[in-house]
Design a protein. Structure first.
Length: 434
């Protein structure tokens, strides 16, 4: 496909999403199935274009005074991909499948020097307006910049599995993609975000991945796993293990020593963990599913319980930008209720004097600081551990730091160069606690 054909396809997909209220991934999948002539490079370029529209939909719509697929895609092509109106019109003129030539009124909007003049802050931030108070509470004066950073393309991060390999070996196996060492995480590698129509490398076909030498994992997820500080030989419970990303990281930190229990209430989410554990060479994990009685013998026996709680996922908007525009207050309140129930239950498994680690990939105070604060008051037997002291202990040379709020730490694309995460460390009272 020519550039003009890719642009026309992106316009069609954006309009289809608006009419049918469909997630980006499904809209792209269905278009690809209906247009099998499109090659992998075509699909990647169209996908990049559609995702770039969704990431900054509000600001592009304001700049073009329209939220049609045509207006949004043209705005991305000029403002984000660096194409001029003249280049686009020349491309359109050579292809019978191209969109209509850019009109004089469209050209005026596309060439406007200050496209966001007069725009509200939430439009500049590409943030749903109802979330502005929450972002202000989380980030203060620079909430707009924090939200803007969530609208950029993400890098591809990997965690080297130290049970099977080391950073130098994995980096060498991926050298054609120029991976760099992560800035904070000790065993991480990063491939820079793609630009324009570039494809993100498929590292899952690389020998290092196939042999279990590395996992795809955002640096932020690696960081919060390290802050759990699970000691080799300890008894640890990953209470919301899901597909096992953090379970694998915790097992490597424990050097395959001690016992790590991976639990989830959803069998489907838990299903991939078995193959992942085998490939990674993990031997100290027991998987405990949702069947009645499966967790009874772990009550009050765990040195650490890690709760990677289900949340709104606001910290992952770089990777899932469509979720930003679908999130509702009802969904948020549902998640807050689920988190409270999970914390209450997970706390029962912590041994007196042990730690409860609460993690979300959210940037909303209702799911983070406020949730932890309410749990502390409700439980009366958990109190916060100094998260900043733990950070300095685990990452003594890190130049970038998260935002500390007294109960936890917030990672974000702007502060730590990672996806958004929140982590709080809590200790359970024992007989020696006043």
């Amino acid at each position: 496909m020519r550039l003009s054909g890719r642009i026309a396809a992106a316009m069609e997909i954006i309009d289809n999403m608006a009419v049918r209220h469909r997630p980006v991934s499904l809209a792209l999948r269905d278009w690809g199935q209906a247009n099998r002539f499109a090659g992998s490079k075509d699909r990647a370029a169209i996908g990049n274009l559609v995702y770039d529209v969704v990431r900054r939909r509000a600001s592009h719509a304001h700049a073009m005074q329209s939220d049609s697929g045509r207006a949004l895609v043209l705005s991305v092509m000029v403002r984000d991909w660096g194409q001029s109106v003249e280049q686009l019109n020349a491309a359109f003129a050579e292809d019978k499948f191209a969109p209509d030539t850019i009109s004089a009124s469209e050209q005026k909007l596309l060439n406007k020097k200050k496209p966001l003049a007069g725009a509200s802050d939430h439009i500049k931030a590409n943030l749903p307006e109802w979330l502005v108070p929450a972002f202000k509470k989380s980030f203060g004066k620079n909430w707009v910049e924090q939200s803007e950073a969530l609208s950029l393309r993400p890098p591809l991060d990997m965690r080297v599995n130290t049970l099977k390999s080391d950073t130098k070996k994995v980096q060498k196996s991926l050298e054609r993609f120029s991976p760099a060492l992560t800035v904070i995480a000790a065993s991480g590698l990063r491939i820079a975000p793609s630009v324009r129509d570039e494809r993100t490398p498929n590292v899952q076909v690389n020998e290092a991945f196939l042999k279990g030498g590395m996992e795809i994992q955002d640096e932020g997820s690696q960081i919060v796993s390290a802050l759990c500080a699970p000691m080799p030989g300890a008894q640890v419970l990953d209470y919301c293990a899901g597909a096992g990303g953090k379970t694998l990281a915790l097992a490597a930190l424990m050097q395959n020593k001690g016992q790590l229990f991976a639990h989830d209430t959803d069998r489907n989410r838990l299903a991939p963990i078995f193959d992942r554990l085998k490939r990674a060479g993990v031997r100290n994990v027991q998987v405990r599913g949702p069947q009645p009685g499966s967790m009874d013998n772990l009550v009050a026996k765990m040195d650490k319980v890690v709760v990677d709680a289900p949340c709104t996922g606001t910290g992952t908007w770089r990777r899932h930008p469509g979720a930003k525009w679908r999130l509702s207050e009802t969904q948020l309140q549902k998640r807050v209720g689920e988190q409270a129930e999970i914390l209450d239950k997970a706390g029962e498994f912590v041994v007196p004097g042990g730690e409860l680690v609460y993690i979300t990939c959210s940037l909303l105070p209702e799911e983070n600081h406020q949730q932890v604060e309410a749990f502390i008051k409700r439980s009366r037997i958990f109190f916060p551990i100094d998260i900043e002291a733990r950070w300095n202990e685990v990452f003594p040379k890190a130049k970038q730091k998260p935002l500390f709020d007294g109960l936890g730490a917030t990672l974000s694309p702007l502060t730590t160069g990672t996806d958004g995460f929140y982590i709080s460390l809590l200790k359970k009272k024992d007989k020696s606690t006043p």
